[in-house]
Unconditional design. Structure first.
Length: 490
């Protein structure tokens, strides 16, 4: 069941009506049943994995809460780690490691005994709910939180449908207590949630799904194109993946808010970031903070010798890349961001010296625009590996990126490219206009959220904006071929 479908809208309206009608003590059960139904609408059998993971982590957390013995607590934590990461490895990485080993054996002319011609279905959202429940058991082990004794409420924490398959990855100390609170129907809160859902739909069906048509055509057939085609496709993919994922997060946060549940902000205008480090403070925040708290800091963080610190940074991003997908392209993508961070750290003295010598005011608007522009280019380059189907294709795209660049200023050549993209000129105009509108929205919300900013404006202006957005979604949105969200595959 996709967020961008009529089926989900009907499903949520029914859940919302029942939620505010039912007595408070039965609401958790309604949400749990609804969450399981939501997930089973994709594939029934894989609900078994969620239930199994839930029961294991619920049990080991209770056991850890019953003893002060560090060795016993550690053994229970190991059970949780082995079960959850084991399931993740089996379903997500078995084929990847099997094929990688096969190639390694082949390189040394050694016969590989295990066949590679088999398929394993990847359970939707397994990386997200696995990391969410792991954060719970690790926090119980560390003594940060007490184990949850209500099995139903804990099961709901693991499977809460708005953020089940693509986050945000919520921490138990923030989400669990909210399921015990009594949430009344509050018009302003519901309206605020609906506004965020509307913004999410705008990002997904007007920008992401429109951009996908061009991006998929070029990136799925790279040997048919060159030069400016790759620039256009890469630029559009940068907005496709942002609008696809942040659009999902907006819909998740908005639907949860309608029910009285507050989820964490997952994106904060990442393409306005002034450095790669700043970018990762703004992009997929729930995952970035997860890796920081449960991998980077345990490795030693920055409170170690410089070489070890740089290694910690690199290995964190390398694993982050692998988390995104069982493909060497994702590993390379993560490695690129790790290298960016290392170079950024090592060049701090040089950059400070240049700024001082040139007497550059770091608060200057033009300087900030240049920083954001340069960061966007670096991120855009890394997206090539993220989107390309294979490393060979990614290398081909990079090698042919600037072919015929002298023609980029030829209007006839530009017209030829637009007509060869397989979409109409009106399609391109709508897409570009929507991206520009999004940039304006992101810019206006840099100090405070768009909703809060509009609440301070004239009533006519405020509602004109939301009605305009609604009309754009209804008339310009891509609904005829509802596509999955990109991060569902992770």
């Amino acid at each position: 069941m996709l967020f961008n479908s009529f089926g989900f809208i009907m499903f949520f309206l029914i859940v919302m009506a029942l939620y505010f009608t039912l007595d408070f003590k039965y609401r958790w059960l309604l949400l749990l049943i609804s969450s399981y139904y939501f997930y089973m609408s994709w594939n029934r059998i894989f609900i078994v994995l969620i239930i199994f993971s839930t029961l294991v982590d619920y049990s080991v957390a209770l056991k850890m809460g019953e003893t002060e013995n560090k060795r016993e607590r550690k053994n229970y934590l190991i059970v949780s780690l082995v079960v959850n990461l084991g399931l993740l490895f089996i379903f997500k990485y078995t084929l990847f490691f099997n094929e990688s080993l096969s190639r390694a054996f082949s390189f040394f002319n050694v016969t590989y005994p295990i066949p590679t011609a088999f398929n394993i279905v990847l359970p939707m959202g397994i990386s997200f709910y696995t990391f969410q429940t792991l954060s719970y058991t690790i926090d119980v082990y560390r003594g940060r939180i007490k184990p949850e004794k209500h099995l139903g409420i804990f099961a709901l924490y693991v499977s809460f449908f708005p953020q089940l398959v693509a986050g945000p990855i919520e921490r138990s100390d923030k989400l669990l207590p909210q399921f015990f609170e009594k949430h009344k129907f509050e018009f302003d809160r519901v309206l605020s949630g609906l506004k965020q859902v509307l913004l999410g739909f705008f990002k997904k069906v007007v920008i992401a799904d429109r951009a996908a048509v061009v991006v998929n055509e070029i990136y799925n057939n790279p040997y048919n194109y060159e030069g400016l085609y790759f620039l256009i496709a890469t630029f559009l993919f940068a907005f496709q993946i942002f609008c696809d994922f942040s659009g999902y997060s907006d819909i998740a946060i908005g639907t949860a808010r309608i029910l009285g549940i507050n989820l964490m902000t997952n994106f904060k205008r990442p393409y306005f970031a002034k450095s790669i480090k700043d970018f990762w403070r703004r992009w997929h925040i729930s995952l970035s903070t997860w890796f920081k708290d449960y991998l980077y800091i345990p490795l030693g963080g920055s409170r170690v010798a410089v070489p070890k610190f740089l290694f910690n940074v690199f290995i964190t991003f390398l694993i982050s890349g692998l988390w995104h997908g069982a493909n060497w392209n994702f590993v390379i993508w993560g490695a690129i961001h790790g290298i960016y961070q290392i170079i950024g750290y090592l060049t701090i003295p040089i950059r400070k010296s240049i700024i001082k010598r040139l007497k550059i005011n770091k608060n200057n608007f033009c300087f900030k625009v240049m920083q954001s522009g340069f960061t966007f280019v670096l991120v855009g380059f890394s997206w090539i590996f993220f989107r390309a189907n294979t490393f060979t294709e990614a290398k081909f795209i990079i090698n042919n990126f600037f072919n015929n660049w002298v023609l980029w200023f030829d209007l006839n050549y530009l017209y030829e490219i637009l007509t060869n993209l397989g979409v109409t000129l009106w399609y391109i105009i709508v897409l570009v206009s929507a991206i520009l509108l999004l940039i304006v929205i992101e810019w206006l919300s840099r100090i405070e959220s768009l909703d809060k900013r509009l609440l301070k404006s004239n009533l006519v202006v405020r509602w004109s904006f939301y009605y305009m957005l609604l009309i754009i979604v209804i008339t310009m949105g891509v609904f005829y071929d509802a596509s999955e969200f990109i991060y569902f595959q992770f």
